[in-house]
Design a protein around this ligand. Structure first.
Ligand SMILES: [Zn+2]
Length: 196
């Protein structure tokens, strides 16, 4: 449990982890803070976008779509492994999820199965959307997987969290399948190794 990092804090953390970071427009003040709380933060959530193409993906995540205004995350991780910062503050990425999962993330314990949607995740998670069609066939380049590992580790490192603070959307909200194409268990192991 912690107050969210400042915009500069996030930027520095990502760059210190060795990531190439692209600042998109007015990302420092682009948020949904007028719609609800942002913080305390407890973890990092990983998503896939169901899109193809860097520019289109970044724009969609920044602007949102009809019925779901942006930002749709804080950082977009494209297939080239670059992190595009599109928002800072509350973002429309997590939606409602399982209170028991949130408890497990806070305690950094093994996750229970998500079977309810009764707590506001947008207040409590940093979100990274990753460019992928999410069809189970679109490949995840190693550069992109490495960037996911680094971005999540960068946030955990600054907050003093372990890899257990990193979850996939599919572990949060019943019915969600993202990210699809790699396992969060494997990704958490990579993040844990990096944090050693
Ligand atoms: Zn998602």
């Amino acid at each position: 449990m912690a107050p969210p990092m400042s915009a500069n804090g996030i930027l520095d953390a990502l760059r210190d982890e060795g990531l190439t970071v692209v600042e998109v427009g007015d990302w420092r003040t682009h948020n949904r803070n007028h719609k609800g709380p942002w913080g305390p933060v407890h973890g990092v959530m990983i998503h896939h976008t169901v899109t193809k193409g860097r520019d289109h993906t970044v724009r969609l995540c920044r602007d949102g779509r009809p019925g779901l205004p942006g930002p749709l995350c804080h950082g977009v991780i494209t297939k080239d492994g670059h992190v595009h910062l599109v928002g800072h503050g509350r973002a429309n990425h997590a939606g409602k999820g399982d209170r028991d999962v949130l408890r497990a993330v806070i305690a950094e314990k093994a996750l229970p199965h998500d079977n309810q949607a009764n707590v506001d995740g947008n207040a409590h998670f940093y979100g990274f959307e990753c460019e992928n069609l999410g069809d189970g066939e679109d490949p995840w380049p190693e550069a992109q997987l490495l960037a996911i590992e680094k971005a999540a580790a960068a946030i955990c490192r600054r907050h003093g969290w372990t890899a257990r603070s990193v979850i996939g959307h599919l572990e949060w909200q019943p019915g969600k399948v993202d990210p699809r194409g790699f396992s969060m268990k494997t990704m958490r192991a990579r993040i844990a190794e990096r944090l050693k």
